[in-house]
Design a protein around this ligand. Structure first.
Ligand SMILES: Nc1ncnc2c1ncn2[C@@H]1O[C@H](COP(=O)(O)OP(=O)(O)OP(=O)(O)O)[C@@H](O)[C@H]1O
Ligand SMILES: Cc1ncc(CO)c(N)n1
Length: 499
């Protein structure tokens, strides 16, 4: 019967999986629903059988009365337009008859039949006595997706081990059933893992349309067949072209196999990662916690600098301190402009206010530096090399077009300064706050609680930006942050080198 096999144009295809349940979530309807969702479909499931299985194998199968499956199917089609159907595990001939009757009545636009007989683990999922009934069901499908063993069984032939022989079998099955056959190379030996669509003349752009693929080196192949057939049904409902559907589904499945290790599900043949292509935003606080961990080395370096040691003990040569203050004033002026840009780009009013207030505060600190520290000292004017490199880096971040990158770039000046200030002040206090210490006043200002509070708010804003960002932007944020941390270290070391 089926001449169409296209449901092209449906925006969110309503896709029904008629299949068995795999409670471990890797195969069966659980895989089908994930695969349908991963391809933008609305998934439905009429359950043919319950299995007790995990990644190691199937321990029990329960097939409910076929009448009840018929009730499920009618409940769906009485109310809902079904754009595509994917058929998986059927269990026995009673179930097959119920599905056949329903297909003949409803005639869905797209029917993909995965002739499931044996699980990846080797356990039977279709009674041997039902194999003939399954063969009779094939002409009601638009696409059949057998693996090599299923292909041979459907033709009553031996299992083929070479790809050309398998394609020949595909041709024979297409001729016998009138449906398009997807011959799958998953069980071939060798580095390649091709799939091919085989159809009667006129059904496809060629009699055999092969889509090559590399073999992914993993044992996590549980549910690949289910996932592929559901993907094909969903994409076909949208695109109306089997070749296009396979060209989209196959690389997705290869990605799902390649990312399967990240799931860590079970100790046998694990499932594939259906949503490997969807970026998951970090948990609140996780991004900045990682930044802080990354910054630990720089912070330790700062504590070990000669300049910092001299600043705490009071032995720092005056000319180095003066150089530092003069460069800090220059830096703060540039930093203020960059913070004003962060305010302009901030996605929330809270962020806008915070960065604007910080920009203003920077200018106030700068003028205070000139008034109380620099007015009594002779300093060489001019932008030092590190100051220039740091301001250039911040300016580049502000021109990057990414608010997240800019916010991450300005963060170390808050964060490392607040941490270093607190630690240095604690050391000064531990030394008994000597009255004749030349830098006592400076050490006291940087342990300020207001500055620590502002730092916490800056961290929160960067974290929020990271959650809103995509993976690429987050990586750029981390890089901008690390670069600023490096420059913080160099800034404290600059007086020793350039004063
Ligand atoms: N190691 C692999 N690397 C890349 N693709 C693979 C790999 N194993 C299987 N595939 C792909 O997975 C899909 C399913 O193929 P396979 O021949 O394994 O079917 P199956 O035996 O029905 O699957 P299942 O393991 O779910 O029973 C095909 O597109 C195949 O090319
Ligand atoms: C329920 C179910 N359907 C299909 C397969 C084939 O992978 C499986 N293992 N379990």
């Amino acid at each position: 019967m089926p001449s169409r096999g296209t449901g092209a144009g449906t925006r969110i295809p309503r896709v029904l999986a008629i299949a068995g349940s795999d409670p471990s979530g890797g195969a069966g309807i659980q895989a089908d629903l994930k695969s349908i969702a991963a391809h933008g479909g609305y998934g439905m499931a009429a359950i043919t059988a319950l299995t007790a299985q995990n990644t190691r194998g199937v321990t029990a199968v329960h097939v409910p009365p076929a009448d009840f499956l018929a009730r499920q199917l009618d409940a769906i089609s009485d109310d809902i337009t079904v754009d595509a159907v994917k058929i998986g595990m059927l269990g026995d001939s009673g179930v097959i008859a119920a599905v056949r009757d329903w297909l003949a009545k409803v005639r869905p636009a797209v029917v993909v039949l995965d002739p499931v007989m044996v699980a990846t683990s080797g356990d039977r999922l279709l009674q041997e006595s039902a194999e003939a009934a399954l063969r009779d069901l094939l002409p009601l499908a638009h696409l059949v997706t057998p693996n090599l063993a299923e292909l041979a069984m459907l033709l009553n032939e031996d299992v083929q081990e070479t790809w050309p022989q398998a394609l020949e079998q595909g041709r024979r099955l297409a001729a016998a059933t009138g449906t398009v056959v997807l011959v799958k190379g998953g069980h071939l030996r060798g580095a390649g893992c091709p799939d091919a669509l085989v159809g009667l003349p006129g059904a496809l752009s060629a009699e055999v349309v092969e889509v090559p693929g590399e073999r992914v080196d993993t044992r996590n192949s549980h549910g690949t067949g289910c996932s592929l057939s559901s993907a094909m049904a969903t994409i076909q409902a949208r695109a109306g072209n089997w070749e296009e559907s396979l060209r989209e589904a196959k690389p997705w499945l290869a990605g799902a196999l390649a990312a399967s290790d990240t799931l860590e599900v079970g100790s046998g043949n694990g499932p594939v990662h259906h949503f490997h292509h969807v970026a998951v935003p970090p948990m609140p606080g996780a991004f900045t916690a990682q930044l802080r961990e990354d910054a630990e080395a720089e912070l330790e370096e700062i504590y070990g600098l000669e300049f910092i040691g001299g600043l705490v003990s009071g032995s720092l040569p005056e000319d180095q301190f003066a150089y530092y203050l003069a460069q800090d004033a220059l830096y703060l002026n540039g930093y203020s402009r960059v913070l004003a840009r962060a305010s302009a780009l901030a996605p929330t009013e809270e962020g806008q206010l915070f960065w604007a207030a910080s920009a203003q505060q920077c200018l106030e600190v700068e003028s205070e530096l000139h008034r109380s520290w620099l007015s009594t000292r002779t300093v060489r004017p001019g932008l030092g090399p590190v100051t220039k490199a740091y301001v250039d880096h911040l300016t580049a971040a502000s021109a990057s077009g990414s608010y997240g990158v800019l916010a991450a770039a300005v963060l170390p000046c808050f964060w490392l300064y607040a941490e270093a200030g607190r630690t240095l002040h604690a050391r000064f206090v531990a030394a008994g706050e000597p009255a004749d210490h030349p830098y006592a006043e400076w050490l006291r200002t940087y342990a300020d609680e207001d500055f620590a509070a502002a730092t916490r708010r800056a961290i929160g804003l960067v974290d929020a930006a990271a959650q809103a960002a995509g993976e690429t932007e987050r990586a750029a944020m981390a890089e901008a942050f690390r670069q600023s941390c490096r420059l913080e270290v160099e800034f404290f070391d600059a007086p020793r080198l350039h004063a």
